[in-house]
Design a protein around this ligand. Structure first.
Ligand SMILES: [Cu+2]
Length: 302
């Protein structure tokens, strides 16, 4: 006799079916609106930047590709389990080895899949790291252990400035700076292409805003540049994406995307509060003698 599968009685089968339906409904009903939103977004935040959809589409289609692969693999597994199951106690099914076409297939198929993933990853990466030679504004960002300093330029922007070796795009800056205890807010105007020049005086950090679906390493000794165009006004959360030391988890900041008028008013407020500087606060040799980047920045002290 073959494998003994116990036959379920009709009544038992009906009971099981009702129970399964009940459990499914309970699980689905347990999903809050936020959960369903998350599921529909494939666990990604709503896109709040012009760059966001590129990252999101890559993420979405990677899931689709993984799902198709999964369904094929699961299908083949179940097919093999059923089709080639042991049918007798004293007989072993035909053992197949060294099937050359099959081996060629399962070597080439994953390589082809990686090629497709790689191609689209590079395509999206090129799109995200593309730099407009004339961004609407440039913000000098400093990631320091353990917070952020944001330097906004005042007046005319010199787009030929490199952001390196003291060559900055503006003659005057206003700034805001946080500590590990008191997280800073980055205010940005909506629908403007904003260039972030990223500076670090100490270790590698990573500047990113989940809702923009963009992030970039902040590396000491070099200035990485990233451009983002926020498209939706609102308040977002930003953070350091690179484990940079003991208080890495405190390297949070808020992002407020506002209208151009509100942005201008914000810069005026900072200037009025005396948070002005001739050059952006970027740490390095500035770290001990510039406001906002003094020892107080180390939120873990005391
Ligand atoms: Cu960090």
């Amino acid at each position: 006799m073959g494998l003994q599968v116990p036959k379920l009685s009709g009544a038992l089968r009906r009971t099981l079916r009702v129970a399964l339906l009940g459990v499914t409904m309970l699980v689905l009903a347990g999903c809050s609106e936020a959960d369903t939103h998350q599921i529909r977004n494939l666990a990604m935040p709503d896109r709040a930047s012009a760059q966001g959809p590129y990252t999101y589409e890559l993420w979405k289609w990677a899931w689709v590709a993984a799902m198709i692969t999964g369904i094929i693999v699961w299908g083949l597994i179940f097919y093999a389990v059923v089709r080639f199951r042991r049918r007798s106690d004293d007989e072993v099914p035909r053992q197949t080895r060294y099937n050359l076409p099959l081996e060629v297939f399962y070597t080439i198929a994953p390589v082809l899949m990686c090629v497709v993933f790689f191609f689209h990853t590079v395509r999206v990466q090129d799109e995200l790291t593309k730099l407009d030679a004339n961004p609407d504004l440039t913000v000098e960002v400093t990631g320091q252990q353990w917070s952020w300093t944001f330097n906004h330029g005042i007046g005319e922007q010199d787009t030929s400035a490199t952001g390196e070796d003291g060559d900055f795009a503006y003659d005057e800056y206003v700034y805001t700076s946080g500590t590990g205890r008191d997280i800073p807010t980055l205010v940005l105007p909506v629908d403007q292409t904003i260039q972030f020049n990223l500076h670090s005086p100490d270790v590698i950090h990573d500047f990113g805003v989940p809702s923009f679906l963009m992030k970039m390493d902040v590396i000491p000794g070099r200035v990485n540049k990233m451009q983002v165009k926020p498209t939706v006004e609102g308040t977002y959360a930003g953070k350091c994406y690179e484990l940079c030391g003991v208080s890495h988890s405190r390297m949070l900041f808020n992002v407020e995307v506002v209208s151009q008028a509100e942005y201008d008013a914000y810069l005026a407020d900072l200037a009025e509060a005396g948070q002005t500087a001739q050059a952006p606060l970027i740490g390095g040799s500035y770290v001990n003698d510039q406001a906002g980047l003094d020892d107080d920045s180390e939120g873990t002290s005391e």
